[in-house]
Ligand binder design. Structure first.
Ligand code: PDD
Length: 287
């Protein structure tokens, strides 16, 4: 049996959920999204994702179509109806379908947004074989637009970056701007040198990761020094450890950059510890 998904106020079998060909998400990538993790059938960092959704919508002059409590209820109903123990919920809000193609935003009074949510089960999220081995990344130029802090659905370049990595026999790509790492194709990037965790500061150059905020908070609580600053590709290659964070990977060790192994070429001790802390603390706070 297929999934039950949510579309504009209704819970439907996935095969019955239909969106207009004039939807601006489809024609113009005019929409935003969030990915929230589910562990033990509960939501990780729901309020962080909700806050970022509000911000993304606001930056694009869209209003949030539902209150926090309604969003939470829809998330919970989807988890229950699809019996998700481990996995994620994808949500997308687009500027809707005005019945034609136009660069001008339609009047929201006559064109309501399109709201879609669906679940993706992944039983290997916590006990991930990839996290035990670590991932290999290549570096590519960051050719995305300048408002990466807005979580829009325009993911073509990140998707191309992932394909470049796979073609090169690696797992993912880190993007580079003016010699410095911005982030991974769908995650924030970190290095560890002499016990210090280094990650680029927040700006319009990167997505303000919800996992990033949690991991930096947990690191500080564990008295691990954190430096929020840009770092170069050369610095990354000379690091002791590296990792990425995202809702779908938590803390994922990086063991190789452009073919150069980091440390022993296996997940580093601080990265492994941060992953454990993140999973433990997030589980405790799940809704
Ligand atoms: N990606 N940077 C980029 C470019 C991302 O796409 C993501 C998330 C992150 C990490 O953000 P967070 O910790 O809030 O998940 C950073 C999601 C998981 C995705 O596109 O599937």
């Amino acid at each position: 049996m297929g999934r039950i998904v949510y579309l504009n106020g209704e819970f439907l079998p996935e095969e019955d959920a239909r969106v207009s060909i004039f939807d601006r998400g489809f024609l113009m990538a005019d929409g935003v999204y969030e990915v929230t993790t589910v562990i033990d059938g509960k939501l990780i960092d729901f309020d962080g994702h909700f806050a970022r959704l509000e911000r993304s919508l606001g930056e694009l002059d869209m209003t949030n179509p539902m209150t926090r409590d309604v969003w939470l209820d829809v998330h919970r109903q989807l988890v229950a109806r699809n019996e998700v123990e481990q996995g994620m919920i994808y949500l997308q809000v687009t500027r809707g379908a005005s019945g034609d193609r136009d660069f001008v935003f339609p009047d929201p009074a006559s064109t309501p947004p399109t709201v879609v949510l669906f679940t993706q089960a992944n039983p290997a999220l916590v006990d991930s074989p990839k996290a035990k081995k670590g991932i290999r990344v290549i570096s590519i130029e960051d050719l995305r637009w300048g408002r990466r802090d807005i979580k829009t659905v325009q993911l073509l370049y990140p998707s191309m970056g992932k394909m470049m990595a796979i073609k090169a026999g690696a797992d993912d790509a880190w993007m580079v701007q003016d010699g410095e790492i911005t982030e991974g194709t769908s995650n924030n990037a970190y290095i560890i040198k002499d016990g210090r965790i280094i990650t680029r500061g927040l700006s319009t150059d990167i997505l303000h990761g919800i996992t990033r905020a949690a991991v930096l908070r947990f690191a500080q609580e564990a008295q691990l020094p954190v430096e929020e600053r840009s770092f170069t590709l050369d610095e990354a290659k000379a690091a002791d450890e590296a990792f990425v964070t995202s809702a779908s990977t938590f803390v994922m060790p990086v063991v190789e950059i452009d073919g150069s192994p980091l440390g022993q070429g296996t997940p580093g001790p601080l990265t492994t510890r941060l992953r454990e802390i993140y999973i433990e603390e997030s589980r405790k706070a799940a809704l």
